[in-house]
Design a protein around this ligand. Structure first.
Ligand code: ZN
Ligand code: ZN
Length: 140
């Protein structure tokens, strides 16, 4: 049996908001849709899906802001009112927590299984594995 990585905790950049995942994540995917790209400012979202009874806010729930896209009401986002970090958002349509994986402070023990909205990917997108890699800053 694989060792459980649970619980896994996550926090925003300013550490005002912290949360805990206590149940096995139900999925992990990258989303390249234009809405996710705008919200994250990144090439794609990296979202872990967590059942409602497996998620708990630990601190800073008062600092969680939400935004609902008027043109497409099911699409909503959550963010830290202090530092602007993306935060987990409860999908009312699917009754599941959508957790931005970049906020996790340890390995959730699951890897992304797919990229969705691939046809909406940014025109400048490059597969990250094809790029030169540096442990930290590039030399000179
Ligand atoms: Zn914050
Ligand atoms: Zn998306």
């Amino acid at each position: 049996m694989a060792p459980s990585n649970l619980p896994v905790e996550g926090s925003c950049l300013c550490k005002a908001v912290k949360y805990r995942i206590t149940g096995e994540p139900m999925g992990f995917q990258y989303c390249h849709c234009s809405r996710c790209r705008k919200f994250t400012g990144a090439a794609h979202a990296a979202n872990v899906f967590v059942a409602t009874d497996s998620f708990t806010w630990l601190t800073g729930k008062d600092s969680v802001g939400t935004f609902r896209l008027e043109a497409d009401p099911p699409f909503a986002t959550a963010f830290c009112r202090n530092c602007g970090s993306s935060l987990p958002n409860l999908s009312t349509a699917h009754k599941i927590w959508i957790v931005p994986a970049g906020l996790l402070d340890s390995d959730p023990g699951i890897k992304p299984a797919r990229s969705i909205f691939w046809d909406s990917r940014a025109p400048w997108y490059e597969n990250v594995g094809d790029l030169p890699q540096y442990a930290e800053w590039p030399d000179a």
